[in-house]
Design a protein around this ligand. Structure first.
Ligand SMILES: Nc1nc2c(c(=O)[nH]1)N[C@H]1C(S)=C(S)[C@@H](COP(=O)(O)O)O[C@H]1N2
Ligand SMILES: [Mo]
Length: 328
């Protein structure tokens, strides 16, 4: 499918349409079903996020995906929004949990482009607006489990990664998808130090990337993604440890060989390519059997970590016959 390259002088409908009209139209579109990624009739996410309008319109219209809900996780409430946006790992803005929120305040995510290359029919540099159709945004509540043995429950907003990949058209040589974060030390001050090599890179096997659970994420709690959570576009792969969910993506490459991943480069013994959440395979320095629920206080009871973070029914078959302790 053709991905539309906008002319630079084109006025985007969301820039001229009042938000309530835009959102009503969006609701109408929901009833009709999915629309094509390129053929957007009205509205663009970038328009909503543009500096002139951002303060007035950071709320995103979403389709609530009823497969991935709070109830489905057995939860009554998500993690507090303030907690989820002030307790972060985003080394590009510092290694402390509060650093990303403190040091990303002035980061301007837009304009933003994502370069698509490798074994793919539609390579190119895409404007954020051409990759993400605002009419397809879904809200999905996922449990999110960091390798450091803490977890959160977050209502993410995004679009199925597989949906986007299908339109980009990987060729039969594409066995893996590699992702890369922006490298710009002036805008990401943590990159002036090297606790890990830059740019941050990650990857998935093609079947993992195509799985419905893999979410190309642009928002959370019904609003655009805060800078510290990986604006404007990041990955969420809920059955894997959090570090697979790479933030602020500028490149998507379709490749034949297993791509390098930042934490694996930094410490291969501790962090593997797969990094599937697994209570039975301990990290060399700590147990993965339980997790602390972020925001519940240090004396709160720990939760038992579930196989594949509770998504085993959905993704377990991806690893049939694979020794998960060898391929950790
Ligand atoms: N580019 C980049 N992506 C990243 C990281 C990072 O440091 N840089 N940290 C990872 C880790 S370890 C985790 S647990 C999650 C944290 O996501 P959150 O801050 O939105 O909870 O982001 C992941 N993605
Ligand atoms: Mo993490």
């Amino acid at each position: 499918m053709l991905i539309r390259k906008p002319r630079s002088n084109e006025i985007r409908p969301s820039e001229i349409t009042p938000r309530h009209v835009f959102e009503n139209r969006r609701q109408f579109m929901t009833g009709v079903g999915m629309v094509g990624l390129g053929a957007i009739a009205g509205g663009s996410l970038g328009g909503l996020l543009a500096p002139e309008t951002a303060s007035a319109a950071t709320t995103l219209a979403t389709i609530k995906n009823d497969k991935y809900t709070l109830a489905g996780l057995g939860e009554a409430a998500p993690t507090d929004k303030v907690v989820a946006s002030t307790y972060n790992n985003f080394y590009e803005f510092g290694t402390g949990k509060g650093d990303p929120a403190d040091n990303s305040k002035d980061f301007q995510p837009l304009p933003w482009t994502v370069t698509v290359d490798g074994a793919v029919e539609n390579p190119g540099t895409y404007d954020f607006d051409d990759l993400i159709n605002p009419h397809q945004l879904e809200e999905r509540v996922y449990r999110f489990r960091c390798v450091e043995a803490w977890s959160m429950v977050v209502p993410w907003v995004g679009i199925s990664l597989g949906e986007v990949i299908r339109r980009l058209g990987p060729t039969s040589n594409a066995k893996y998808v590699a992702f890369e974060t922006l490298y710009d030390p002036e805008r990401m001050p943590g990159q002036n130090r090297s606790p890990i090599p830059w740019p941050y890179v990650e990857g998935l096997r093609m079947d993992e990337a195509m799985h419905d659970l893999s979410l190309l994420t642009v928002g959370m709690y019904g609003e655009v993604l805060p800078n510290q959570n990986g604006a404007p576009i990041r990955l969420i792969v809920p059955w894997k440890y959090g570090f697979k969910s790479i933030k602020s993506i500028v490149r998507i490459s379709f490749v034949e060989d297993q791509p390098p991943c930042t934490w694996n480069i930094a410490n291969a013994r501790e962090y593997g390519f797969y990094s599937n959440v697994n209570p039975e395979v301990d990290h060399p320095r700590w147990s993965q059997a339980k997790e602390r629920i972020v925001g519940t206080g240090i004396f709160a009871e720990r939760r038992k970590t579930e196989m594949l973070n509770g998504y085993a029914d959905q993704v377990g078959s991806l690893y049939d016959g694979m020794d998960m302790s060898k391929y950790y």
